[in-house]
Ligand binder design. Structure first.
Ligand SMILES: Cc1cc2nc3c(=O)[nH]c(=O)nc-3n(C[C@H](O)[C@H](O)[C@H](O)COP(=O)(O)O)c2cc1C
Length: 166
């Protein structure tokens, strides 16, 4: 609960590097996500190359935080591995949320940058990362040490919870 309530979109990062062991823990969290029929139709590209981090900002106007991020995880869906058509998006969303929560728990700042289903982002990300035809870029998660400590907040709205029927 602490990490879930502390997780907020962080778009400003310190210049301290993110170590590989932390990224590996985050990858364990990503792959612990549920997926339809246990199909796990995902791949992850860990991007630390500065030129690639900056190149993504040319494609996606709402990803400027990448110029400060120390690395980013590109969450990709494998349409040949999905259990049923149109399910990989839900599976990849579950993995993306796990990445955000794990990053928060490990003291990192993160933000979900949406790619799917935007045609331009999909085409340009496929080209930049030389993705095979069956692999769809789904979301991007820039990571870095936050400049400010993360504060928990609770957005619970009782009227959105319904008991037994609407
Ligand atoms: C599907 C999706 C796409 C998003 N795309 C972007 C984006 O392109 N750039 C960005 O800065 N934030 C993006 N966000 C983050 C949202 O703006 C953010 O989650 C929302 O404003 C709530 O703030 P919080 O994350 O701090 O709780 C996206 C979030 C989701 C779930």
């Amino acid at each position: 609960m602490e990490a879930i309530l502390k997780r907020h979109s962080i778009r400003s990062f310190s210049s301290k590097p993110v170590d590989g062991a932390t990224v590996e823990k985050i990858m364990h969290a990503a792959m612990a996500a549920p997926s339809a029929m246990g199909s796990r139709p995902w791949h992850f590209i860990v991007i630390s190359d500065r030129d690639k981090l900056n190149a993504m900002t040319e494609i996606h106007p709402y990803s400027q935080m990448l110029t400060q991020a120390q690395c980013a995880i590109l969450v990709c869906g494998d349409i040949e591995a999905e259990s049923l058509p149109e399910f990989f998006q839900q599976d990849c969303a579950a993995a993306t949320e796990n990445i955000l929560i794990a990053a928060t728990d490990l003291g990192l700042g993160s933000v979900w940058v949406g790619l799917y289903p935007n045609e331009k982002y999909r085409r340009d990300f496929k080209e930049l990362f030389q993705l095979p035809d069956s692999i769809e870029p789904f979301a991007l998660v820039p990571l870095g040490l936050p400049n400010h400590p993360l504060q928990a907040s609770d957005r619970f709205v009782a009227s959105r919870v319904h008991a037994n029927s609407w």
